[in-house]
Ligand binder design. Sequence first.
Ligand SMILES: Nc1nc2c(ncn2[C@@H]2O[C@H](COP(=O)(O)OP(=O)(O)O)[C@@H](O)[C@H]2O)c(=O)[nH]1
Ligand SMILES: [Mg+2]
Length: 206
Amino acid sequence: MSEEYKSVSIKVVLIGDSGVGKTTLVNRYVMDTFDPFEPPTLSGGFRTKEVVIEELQTKVSLQIWDTAGQERFKSLVENYYKNAQFAIVCYDITIDESFDSARNWIEEVKEKAPDDVQFYICGTKSDLNDQRAIQLVNGIKLAKEYNALFGETSAKKSIGVNEAFEQIARNYVENNENNFGADERRETVQLDSKKKKKRSGKKKWC
Ligand SMILES: Nc1nc2c(ncn2[C@@H]2O[C@H](COP(=O)(O)OP(=O)(O)O)[C@@H](O)[C@H]2O)c(=O)[nH]1
Ligand SMILES: [Mg+2]
Protein backbone atom coordinates (compact mmCIF):
# COMPACT_ATOMS: atom_id res chain seq x y z
CA MET A 1 0.00 0.00 0.00
CA SER A 2 1.28 3.41 -0.92
CA GLU A 3 2.67 5.79 1.69
CA GLU A 4 0.43 8.53 0.36
CA TYR A 5 -2.58 7.14 2.16
CA LYS A 6 -4.15 9.42 4.70
CA SER A 7 -5.02 7.93 8.05
CA VAL A 8 -7.84 8.93 10.28
CA SER A 9 -9.37 7.46 13.40
CA ILE A 10 -13.01 7.89 14.30
CA LYS A 11 -15.08 6.95 17.31
CA VAL A 12 -18.33 5.14 16.61
CA VAL A 13 -20.71 4.38 19.47
CA LEU A 14 -23.40 1.71 19.42
CA ILE A 15 -26.68 2.37 21.13
CA GLY A 16 -30.18 1.02 21.26
CA ASP A 17 -32.24 -1.11 23.62
CA SER A 18 -30.79 -4.13 25.31
CA GLY A 19 -31.16 -7.25 23.17
CA VAL A 20 -31.37 -5.53 19.76
CA GLY A 21 -28.06 -7.11 18.74
CA LYS A 22 -25.40 -4.44 19.22
CA THR A 23 -22.73 -6.76 20.59
CA THR A 24 -23.51 -9.40 18.00
CA LEU A 25 -23.16 -6.80 15.25
CA VAL A 26 -19.69 -5.78 16.40
CA ASN A 27 -18.64 -9.39 16.81
CA ARG A 28 -19.73 -10.15 13.26
CA TYR A 29 -17.98 -7.11 11.86
CA VAL A 30 -14.71 -7.33 13.76
CA MET A 31 -14.29 -11.08 14.24
CA ASP A 32 -16.75 -12.50 11.71
CA THR A 33 -18.46 -14.66 14.33
CA PHE A 34 -22.07 -15.19 15.40
CA ASP A 35 -22.88 -16.64 18.79
CA PRO A 36 -26.62 -17.20 19.24
CA PHE A 37 -26.06 -17.48 22.98
CA GLU A 38 -24.38 -14.11 23.20
CA PRO A 39 -25.16 -12.95 26.75
CA PRO A 40 -26.92 -9.59 26.88
CA THR A 41 -23.88 -7.98 28.45
CA LEU A 42 -20.17 -7.96 27.77
CA SER A 43 -17.23 -6.22 29.27
CA GLY A 44 -17.84 -3.01 27.33
CA GLY A 45 -15.09 -0.89 25.82
CA PHE A 46 -14.18 -0.72 22.17
CA ARG A 47 -12.77 -2.74 19.29
CA THR A 48 -11.04 -1.36 16.24
CA LYS A 49 -11.10 -2.25 12.59
CA GLU A 50 -9.58 -0.49 9.64
CA VAL A 51 -11.45 0.34 6.49
CA VAL A 52 -9.45 1.27 3.41
CA ILE A 53 -11.15 3.58 0.97
CA GLU A 54 -9.09 3.10 -2.13
CA GLU A 55 -10.46 5.86 -4.32
CA LEU A 56 -10.10 8.45 -1.57
CA GLN A 57 -6.70 7.03 -0.59
CA THR A 58 -7.66 6.95 3.03
CA LYS A 59 -7.37 4.43 5.83
CA VAL A 60 -10.06 4.83 8.44
CA SER A 61 -9.54 3.21 11.81
CA LEU A 62 -12.98 2.67 13.29
CA GLN A 63 -12.98 2.67 17.07
CA ILE A 64 -16.26 0.90 17.76
CA TRP A 65 -17.67 1.32 21.25
CA ASP A 66 -20.12 -1.13 22.71
CA THR A 67 -21.87 -0.86 26.05
CA ALA A 68 -21.45 -3.21 28.98
CA GLY A 69 -25.19 -3.55 29.25
CA GLN A 70 -25.90 -0.20 30.93
CA GLU A 71 -28.44 0.61 28.21
CA ARG A 72 -30.89 -1.43 30.30
CA PHE A 73 -31.20 1.72 32.39
CA LYS A 74 -32.26 3.70 29.28
CA SER A 75 -29.33 6.07 29.55
CA LEU A 76 -25.56 6.00 29.24
CA VAL A 77 -22.90 8.14 30.86
CA GLU A 78 -21.62 11.17 28.97
CA ASN A 79 -18.16 9.69 28.77
CA TYR A 80 -19.44 7.00 26.44
CA TYR A 81 -20.42 9.64 23.89
CA LYS A 82 -17.38 11.86 24.40
CA ASN A 83 -15.65 12.72 21.09
CA ALA A 84 -17.94 10.39 19.14
CA GLN A 85 -18.23 11.16 15.45
CA PHE A 86 -20.88 8.55 14.68
CA ALA A 87 -23.67 6.91 16.63
CA ILE A 88 -25.20 3.69 15.33
CA VAL A 89 -28.73 3.59 16.68
CA CYS A 90 -29.99 0.01 16.55
CA TYR A 91 -33.52 -1.30 16.69
CA ASP A 92 -34.75 -4.86 16.23
CA ILE A 93 -37.01 -5.07 13.17
CA THR A 94 -39.21 -7.60 15.04
CA ILE A 95 -39.79 -5.42 18.13
CA ASP A 96 -41.96 -2.31 17.93
CA GLU A 97 -40.79 -1.00 21.26
CA SER A 98 -37.15 -1.01 20.20
CA PHE A 99 -38.07 1.19 17.24
CA ASP A 100 -39.94 3.63 19.49
CA SER A 101 -36.88 3.72 21.74
CA ALA A 102 -34.62 4.59 18.81
CA ARG A 103 -35.97 8.12 18.85
CA ASN A 104 -35.23 8.44 22.57
CA TRP A 105 -31.71 7.16 21.99
CA ILE A 106 -31.19 9.71 19.24
CA GLU A 107 -32.32 12.47 21.59
CA GLU A 108 -29.96 11.20 24.27
CA VAL A 109 -27.07 11.29 21.81
CA LYS A 110 -27.97 14.81 20.72
CA GLU A 111 -27.89 15.88 24.32
CA LYS A 112 -24.65 14.18 25.34
CA ALA A 113 -22.50 13.75 22.22
CA PRO A 114 -20.60 16.44 20.28
CA ASP A 115 -22.86 18.75 18.22
CA ASP A 116 -21.63 17.39 14.92
CA VAL A 117 -22.20 13.71 15.71
CA GLN A 118 -23.78 11.85 12.80
CA PHE A 119 -26.23 8.99 12.91
CA TYR A 120 -26.55 5.60 11.31
CA ILE A 121 -29.97 4.07 11.92
CA CYS A 122 -29.68 0.30 11.88
CA GLY A 123 -32.58 -2.16 11.70
CA THR A 124 -31.11 -5.40 13.04
CA LYS A 125 -32.02 -9.10 12.59
CA SER A 126 -33.20 -8.72 9.00
CA ASP A 127 -33.07 -12.52 8.69
CA LEU A 128 -36.23 -12.61 10.84
CA ASN A 129 -38.26 -11.08 8.05
CA ASP A 130 -41.24 -13.35 8.75
CA GLN A 131 -41.53 -11.77 12.21
CA ARG A 132 -41.03 -8.25 10.97
CA ALA A 133 -42.85 -5.53 12.94
CA ILE A 134 -41.10 -2.49 11.49
CA GLN A 135 -41.35 -1.99 7.77
CA LEU A 136 -38.26 -0.91 5.88
CA VAL A 137 -39.95 2.31 4.81
CA ASN A 138 -40.46 3.36 8.44
CA GLY A 139 -36.77 2.91 9.17
CA ILE A 140 -35.92 5.00 6.14
CA LYS A 141 -38.36 7.71 7.24
CA LEU A 142 -36.77 7.92 10.66
CA ALA A 143 -33.34 8.21 9.11
CA LYS A 144 -34.49 10.97 6.78
CA GLU A 145 -35.89 12.88 9.71
CA TYR A 146 -32.46 13.01 11.34
CA ASN A 147 -30.46 13.30 8.11
CA ALA A 148 -28.97 9.93 9.02
CA LEU A 149 -27.54 7.02 7.11
CA PHE A 150 -29.67 3.90 7.16
CA GLY A 151 -29.40 0.18 6.66
CA GLU A 152 -30.82 -3.15 7.79
CA THR A 153 -28.40 -5.84 8.94
CA SER A 154 -28.35 -9.48 9.82
CA ALA A 155 -25.37 -10.38 11.96
CA LYS A 156 -26.61 -13.97 11.83
CA LYS A 157 -26.54 -14.22 8.04
CA SER A 158 -23.83 -11.61 7.64
CA ILE A 159 -25.95 -9.29 5.53
CA GLY A 160 -25.37 -5.55 5.42
CA VAL A 161 -22.84 -5.58 8.26
CA ASN A 162 -19.64 -4.68 6.42
CA GLU A 163 -21.65 -2.30 4.28
CA ALA A 164 -22.89 -0.41 7.34
CA PHE A 165 -19.44 0.24 8.75
CA GLU A 166 -17.94 0.97 5.36
CA GLN A 167 -20.68 3.47 4.64
CA ILE A 168 -19.91 5.21 7.91
CA ALA A 169 -16.19 5.36 7.15
CA ARG A 170 -16.77 6.61 3.62
CA ASN A 171 -19.32 9.19 4.69
CA TYR A 172 -16.98 10.53 7.33
CA VAL A 173 -14.09 10.87 4.91
CA GLU A 174 -16.23 12.49 2.22
CA ASN A 175 -17.55 15.08 4.66
CA ASN A 176 -14.25 15.79 6.38
CA GLU A 177 -11.66 15.38 3.66
CA ASN A 178 -10.39 18.91 4.07
CA ASN A 179 -9.72 18.50 7.76
CA PHE A 180 -6.85 16.06 7.58
CA GLY A 181 -3.70 15.83 5.52
CA ALA A 182 -1.69 13.05 3.92
CA ASP A 183 0.54 10.81 6.01
CA GLU A 184 -0.78 12.01 9.30
CA ARG A 185 -2.33 9.88 11.94
CA ARG A 186 -4.39 12.15 14.07
CA GLU A 187 -5.99 11.38 17.34
CA THR A 188 -9.75 11.37 17.51
CA VAL A 189 -9.67 14.30 19.89
CA GLN A 190 -7.49 16.43 17.65
CA LEU A 191 -9.62 15.75 14.65
CA ASP A 192 -12.71 16.52 16.59
CA SER A 193 -11.50 19.87 17.77
CA LYS A 194 -10.50 20.77 14.22
CA LYS A 195 -13.80 20.01 12.65
CA LYS A 196 -16.30 21.98 14.67
CA LYS A 197 -18.02 22.96 11.52
CA LYS A 198 -21.69 22.83 10.75
CA ARG A 199 -23.05 19.59 9.42
CA SER A 200 -22.65 19.55 5.72
CA GLY A 201 -25.63 18.57 3.63
CA LYS A 202 -23.59 15.94 1.87
CA LYS A 203 -24.75 12.98 3.90
CA LYS A 204 -26.42 10.23 2.02
CA TRP A 205 -28.92 7.67 3.08
CA CYS A 206 -30.28 4.70 1.26
N1 LIG B 1 -31.82 -13.97 14.31
C1 LIG B 1 -30.89 -13.08 14.71
N2 LIG B 1 -30.60 -12.96 16.01
C2 LIG B 1 -29.67 -12.04 16.36
C3 LIG B 1 -29.02 -11.20 15.40
N3 LIG B 1 -28.19 -10.38 16.06
C4 LIG B 1 -28.31 -10.68 17.36
N4 LIG B 1 -29.19 -11.68 17.56
C5 LIG B 1 -29.55 -12.30 18.86
O1 LIG B 1 -30.14 -11.31 19.69
C6 LIG B 1 -29.76 -11.52 21.05
C7 LIG B 1 -29.23 -10.25 21.66
O2 LIG B 1 -28.03 -9.90 21.01
P1 LIG B 1 -26.93 -8.95 21.72
O3 LIG B 1 -25.87 -8.72 20.69
O4 LIG B 1 -26.50 -9.49 23.03
O5 LIG B 1 -27.78 -7.62 21.95
P2 LIG B 1 -27.33 -6.27 22.70
O6 LIG B 1 -27.91 -6.35 24.09
O7 LIG B 1 -27.95 -5.16 21.91
O8 LIG B 1 -25.84 -6.22 22.70
C8 LIG B 1 -28.76 -12.69 21.04
O9 LIG B 1 -29.44 -13.88 21.40
C9 LIG B 1 -28.31 -12.75 19.60
O10 LIG B 1 -27.94 -14.06 19.21
C10 LIG B 1 -29.37 -11.38 14.01
O11 LIG B 1 -28.85 -10.73 13.10
N5 LIG B 1 -30.32 -12.32 13.73
MG1 LIG C 1 -24.52 -6.02 24.32
